[in-house]
Each structure stands twice: as C-alpha cells, then as structure tokens.
Ligand binder design. Structure first.
Ligand code: TXA
Ligand code: MG
Length: 343
C-alpha cells in the first residue's frame, strides 16, 4: 500500500485557487504519490501547449491525463477492454497508468497526435482534491489534468515541491502555482500498461511500483512483450531521468576498478548497495543505499538531485539486485547512467 505524509501545508483555499488556475488555462504543479506533475486542462490544446513549452519537450510525446476517483472513463476513452476495467478496479486510485483508445472528441494534443490516451487516477490526497475541485468548475463535471512529471525534458523527476521550483526558475508563481504535498511516497513514475488492443495481451511500457506479477494475478493472463510498433513513451528513451553529473552504474565486483580509473579526477560519490567500503577511498564519499526496492525508489531521485548539486566529478552507483522487484529501480538507474560507459 502507498502511504501518505500528513498534509498540513496545503490548505483548501490553495487547492481551490489551483483548480481556478487550471480552469483559466494556467499551469499548476501538484504532488502525486509517484512524482510531482506539471498540470494543465487536458481539454484545452493551448493549455497543454503551455506544458510542452515549459518542459521544452517535443510536441509528439504524449502526456498522461489525471482524473478524479469515480470519474467517467467513457468520456476519455472508448472500447474500454475488460482488462482495463479489471486493472482500474484493482489499482485505482494508485500508481498505474493505462493506455486506452482515445475518445474521438478528446484533443489529440494530450496524446502527441496518437489515437490512444494515457489515463491515471492518482491516490495522493492533494491530487485527488485538486481533481475534484477542478471537476466542479468543468462542464458536466468531466475534468482531466494533463500532467507529465514536473521537470525539464530528460531530467530527473521531482519528488518534492522545492525540486519543482528549482526546475522552473524562469516561471513566476503567477505562471506556475506549486502545491506542496510533501515528499512523494513512491518516488518513481507510475507503471504504464498498454491495454488499448482488445486482441493482444496487455504490455508494460514502463515498470513501476505496481509489479508485473501483481498485474498478471489480477488479469489471470501473462503480459505481452513490448514490441517496436508500440506507442512512444518518452520515459523509454535510453538516456532519460539523468543528472548533469556523469552517472556510472556498475556491479559490486567492478567498483574498485572503476574507482581506480576515476582516481585523481576529483571527488566521487559512491552509492553502495552492499555497504562495503572500497579499497581506494580518499576521494570518495560513501552513501549507503536503502536495501528494499520501495525505500530505494522513494529516495532515488532526491538523492540524485542532491548529489548533482554537490560538485562531484562522477556518481558511481552499485547495481542493486536484478530480481523482478527491483526492475523499476534498475530501469531508472540504467537510464540515468545511459550516457556514460563505466569500463
Ligand atoms: O507517475 C507518473 O506517471 C507521473 C505523475 C505526474 O503522474 N507522470 C509522468 O509523466 O511520469 P511523464 O510525461 O513524465 O511520463 C508519461 C509517460 C511518457 O513516457 C509518455 O510517453 C507516456 O506516459 N504516455 C502518455 N500517454 C501515452 C500514450 N497515449 N501512449 C503511449 N505512451 C503514453
Ligand atoms: Mg517525465
């Protein structure tokens, strides 16, 4: 289960004001249980264009539409498959995004021109309250907030309000209202499952907190394997979620060799999983990583951000275990490290 921090710093008035800002076509950053989102009215192509401009993101990358618990999904999607219905019942609200066929009256701006739509119902209470308030201001109560992660394209996703503000120093609080809901519990982006094809097994497009085996247990079928013709997922680009400081991902047995290579190049941060101090440790700051995938994911992005601002010449990360429970963490680590060959 996803737990939530106590939300004392976001009051009802701020959430109502944020809903108003969305209704007027503006941008609102809001907490979810995964990461913070950069939101705009999903039914307004010009509001959605504001997200792309702020993120400096290519316009052919689709964004996820967030809806309140109990929202009418038939307004957003058509030909909703039994698999989609079963996953909604089992995991919403929660960190699961479903790719379905987009209803024809929904602007294609939210899906980068594709015929599908990514829908998610977040469980964070501030996100839920924002979505409910926005629905009150929307015709027929049909409201959706298009929201990618609230970071510049390719950068590490924000898990705290302060991260969002530092991502967009160019935007004033009038241009971008940031709701502070504390640190995101999950810490990495939602699991994305493509359930748009009634004739194919569902496919995981992005691993996350909700595991393949949990999804298979609900559906009673094996998941399919992602193929080349699947929809574009920007988080599936090889180098993504990457800090500016070079990140190297290595097995424990290779750490000493890499550290020797980096010797004399400046200070190095070592994120160690096994907590064994390396041989050559004069220029190395040692950080012990959490030992469960949930705790590791929770702190991963804030740790990478902190280290990125600490003037290291390199961030060396010891590969955690490769069992399925670690799949989402390993996915994000390999993308953060994709630009730099370790050895
Ligand atoms: O946890 C999350 O999913 C967070 C929070 C804010 O909800 N959002 C997030 O958004 O990670 P973003 O834009 O950074 O990543 C969303 C991913 C992208 O990789 C995008 O390509 C994919 O979802 N996506 C959205 N709609 C899609 C569609 N119709 N077909 C295929 N992929 C889609
Ligand atoms: Mg993102």
């Amino acid at each position: 289960m996803v737990r939530h921090t106590n939300l004392t710093d976001v009051n009802n008035a701020a959430i109502k004001q944020a809903a108003q800002q969305l209704a007027e076509g503006g941008l609102v950053a809001f907490p979810t249980e995964t990461v913070y989102g950069l939101g705009a009215n999903a039914l307004s192509p010009s509001a959605v264009a504001g997200i792309y401009a702020a993120k400096q993101r290519p316009a052919n990358h689709p964004v996820i539409v967030h809806v309140a618990e109990g929202a009418n999904i038939n307004f957003w999607a058509e030909n909703i498959t039994p698999h989609a219905q079963a996953l909604i019942k089992a995991f919403w609200p929660g960190p699961l995004t479903l790719i379905m066929q987009r209803a024809s009256h929904i602007p294609s701006a939210v899906s980068g021109g594709q015929s599908t739509i990514g829908l998610r119902c977040p469980s964070h209470p501030v996100a839920q309250q924002l979505l409910q308030e926005f629905a009150k201001l929307s015709p027929g109560g049909n409201a959706g907030v298009a929201a990618p992660s609230a970071n510049k394209f390719g950068q590490v996703s924000p898990t705290q309000a302060s991260h969002v503000r530092s991502e967009f120093p160019d935007l004033t609080s009038n241009d971008l209202m940031v709701l502070d809901g504390g640190a995101s519990e999950v810490g990495i982006e939602s699991t994305i499952v493509d359930v748009s094809d009634p004739n194919a097994a569902p496919v995981i497009l992005r691993p996350g907190h909700i595991l393949p085996e949990q999804i298979e247990a609900v559906l009673g079928v094996k998941l399919g394997v992602a193929g080349g013709a699947k929809p574009r997922v920007s988080g599936s680009l090889k180098a993504h979620y990457a800090p500016a400081t070079p990140v190297y991902l290595v097995k424990g047995s290779q750490i000493n060799q890499l550290l020797q290579k980096l010797h004399n190049k400046g200070r190095v941060a070592l994120l160690a999983y096994n907590h064994v101090l390396p041989d050559h440790n004069t220029n190395i700051d040692f950080y012990a990583c959490p030992v469960t995938p949930q705790a590791y994911a929770h702190s991963l992005y804030s740790t990478l951000r902190q280290l990125d601002q600490s003037n290291y010449t390199a961030i060396v990360i010891e590969q955690p275990p490769e069992s399925t429970g670690w799949q989402a963490v390993n996915d994000r680590l390999s993308r953060a490290a994709a630009a730099h060959q370790a050895l």
